[in-house]
Design a protein around this ligand. Structure first.
Ligand SMILES: Nc1ncnc2c1ncn2[C@@H]1O[C@H](COP(=O)(O)OP(=O)(O)OP(=O)(O)O)[C@@H](O)[C@H]1O
Length: 212
């Protein structure tokens, strides 16, 4: 997929068990790598889930390349990938199942670029193992590869370097830098060395409150 790489949201509100996590949150980003920072519990994961359409929007709107995530969820979500933080989303699937599933949803093949990414992460020998039998770092690598399928213009990642070995972290930092040339990458992280290596501009979560 080419073109695009724009994300905008305004007036976003999130609450958990009646307590407001954030309200009036606004953000507008174009192509490039952006790292979302802020203390534990401030709402980074919540925001990423909302921007990805993985959590209902209580108030406000999200536009993915100008497409409203609530009004046209299918079209908007085809333009984005979301890599969550570590959870075994598909325990019954193998890595190969997951890749085929995501490729079908994006109406593309699992291409040579993804096969190269799998090889770089050393995942070839894990492709036929069920997700719940994989180590956390291996699951993370598999989800990252799935996120790259079809080169969606908007990439959202939650703590992507967590649990990765040194070589994989370096590899991922390079992949993010490359993606940021023509796509919008936003990820949450506490890993300062990784943020620097990925060439990300940092965004303080607090600065977004009441910003739109
Ligand atoms: N399942 C849940 N039950 C109760 N409260 C929750 C739940 N999930 C999140 N919260 C609350 O929502 C708020 C935002 O959490 P979130 O995980 O988005 O923060 P975060 O900035 O990503 O934190 P971290 O840096 O620790 O990953 C927190 O105050 C947390 O206590």
């Amino acid at each position: 997929m080419t073109g695009g790489g724009h994300l905008a949201c305004s007036g976003l509100r999130a609450s958990v068990q009646g307590r407001t996590v954030f309200a009036g949150l606004g953000l507008e980003l174009g192509p490039g790598v952006h790292a979302l920072r802020g203390e534990n519990g401030i709402g980074k994961s919540t925001l990423l889930r909302m921007l990805a359409g993985a959590q209902p929007i209580e108030a406000g709107r999200v536009l993915i390349d100008g497409i409203d995530l609530v009004r046209a969820p299918g079209e908007a979500r085809r333009r984005l990938a979301y890599v969550p933080d570590g959870s075994p989303v598909y325990p019954f699937m193998t890595g190969e199942d997951l890749l085929r599933f995501v490729a079908a949803a994006r109406r593309v093949e699992v291409g040579a670029d993804i096969r190269a990414m799998l090889g770089g992460f050393g995942l070839d020998r894990h492709l036929r193992t069920r997700f719940d039998a994989l180590s956390l770092g291996t699951r993370r690598k598999m989800l990252l590869c799935a996120g790259w399928i079809g080169a969606p213009p908007v990439l959202l990642l939650d703590e992507p370097s967590n649990g990765l070995d040194r070589a994989a972290r370096d590899d991922l930092a390079r992949l993010l830098r490359e993606a940021g040339r023509d796509r919008m990458v936003l990820y949450a992280s506490h890993d300062e060395a990784f943020i620097a290596a990925s060439g990300a501009a940092t965004i303080g979560m607090l600065s977004l409150f009441g910003a739109g």
